[in-house]
Design a protein around this ligand. Structure first.
Ligand SMILES: NC(=O)c1ccc[n+]([C@@H]2O[C@H](COP(=O)([O-])OP(=O)(O)OC[C@H]3O[C@@H](n4cnc5c(N)ncnc54)[C@H](O)[C@@H]3O)[C@@H](O)[C@H]2O)c1
Length: 329
């Protein structure tokens, strides 16, 4: 399946169950950026797709800490010392960490070179590989430095997910639950190629409407306001996707009070969520969560734009003051 992304610079997303892509080879040299776990599993295979091309490989350590300015500088130096020009390209083979770093390098090296995304985690296949948000972390602040820079092509091979560990699946489930509420589709833990295509199609529609995150893209924050607060309070011990999941559960309760839902409607919405089988306990007390939300960088004066769930497939953006949020939480 091929899906077109109509951003300022349009591109295609190929969604397949194997390696039968038609990869774009319109470059001289290719840097394959990957992490140590993914390299062991898939580097040889992916290398063979580009036979005849000059290939340079950079393997970073797996994990969020690798989305660093140090790795950014190292990859830039490698490109320069390997003689990469504006006719060359980068392939991001890995999850969101590799994808965000590769995109940031590609957007700044020689004022921008091509990059391709080959996402290997559930999260990156349904979300981060599309949309052009690139970033590295700085001084402990996530995504503190980054750009909007769309890839040249995205290759999703759902068979990558066969080797993904349970914890990483759970990370993806939080975002998948988000897409279930945004699209109104009954996604569950049973992830198929169709599920991935439907989730990424929704993301594409939002990105096309708001490439630079000035309005509609806020919808993609569903579950993230409360989720980020829980993640920070746990000192990043609780995985991001699990926090998003808990955040969506809290938002259903908040929405129920805000829109005065009947009990049955709240139960129906909670039932959808429970299909992912994650504990929705908030872990921390509501006062601490509210305090954390107040320090969120997205806070505007004394309130926040909160994505609510009015119904399946009907999520809304509401500007809510902190005092009101305190009552609703
Ligand atoms: N750019 C965006 O729009 C966007 C959106 C959401 C999240 N993100 C970013 O994405 C990052 C998280 O991405 P992630 O969850 O993919 O994490 P990740 O890239 O750290 O990958 C998670 C783990 O899974 C391993 N792995 C990857 N593919 C595998 C496979 N097929 N089999 C076995 N193991 C595999 C990796 O080695 C790693 O240890 C965060 O930095 C977040 O900020 C970006």
């Amino acid at each position: 399946m091929q899906i077109k992304v109509n951003t300022k610079k349009p591109y295609n997303v190929q969604v397949l169950q194997d390696f039968s892509f038609q990869p774009n080879k319109d470059f001289n040299s290719l840097l394959i950026l990957t992490d140590d776990v993914v390299a062991k599993l898939y580097l040889e295979k992916v290398y063979s797709l580009y036979e005849g091309k000059n290939i340079v490989v950079k393997i970073i350590k797996h994990g969020e800490e690798s989305k660093s300015t140090q790795n950014y500088m190292e990859v830039l130096s490698l490109l320069l010392n390997s003689g990469f020009t504006r006719n060359d390209a980068i392939l991001a083979l890995g999850g969101g960490v590799v994808g965000d770093l590769a995109g940031f390098v590609a957007s700044t090296y020689m004022r921008g070179i091509k990059y391709f995304q080959m996402p290997t985690t559930l999260l990156s296949q349904i979300d981060s590989s599309v949309g052009g948000k690139t970033a590295v972390n700085l001084d402990g602040v996530k995504n503190a430095v980054g750009t909007f820079y769309q890839p040249t092509e995205v290759y999703i091979n759902t068979s990558f997910l066969k080797t993904l560990q349970k914890k990483e699946f759970e990370n993806g489930y939080g975002e998948l639950a988000k897409y279930a509420f945004l699209t109104g589709k009954k996604f569950t833990k049973d992830v198929t190629t169709q599920t991935i295509a439907e989730a990424i199609k929704y993301k594409i529609s939002v990105v096309e409407a708001d490439e630079y995150d000035r309005g509609r893209r806020t919808l993609l924050n569903l579950g993230h306001t409360v989720g980020h607060a829980i993640e920070a309070l746990s000192d990043f011990d609780i995985p991001h996707g699990v926090c998003v999941y808990k955040g969506i559960s809290a938002i259903i309760d908040i929405s129920a009070k805000l829109y005065d839902f009947e009990k049955q409607k709240t139960e129906r919405l909670k039932n959808y969520l429970s299909a992912f089988g994650i504990d929705d306990d908030l872990v921390f007390d509501k006062k601490s969560i509210l305090q954390k939300i107040k320090s969120d960088k997205k806070a505007i004066n004394d309130g926040i734009n909160l994505v609510t769930v009015y119904d399946m497939g009907d999520c809304r953006i509401e500007n809510i003051s902190f005092s009101r949020l305190g009552e609703l939480l």
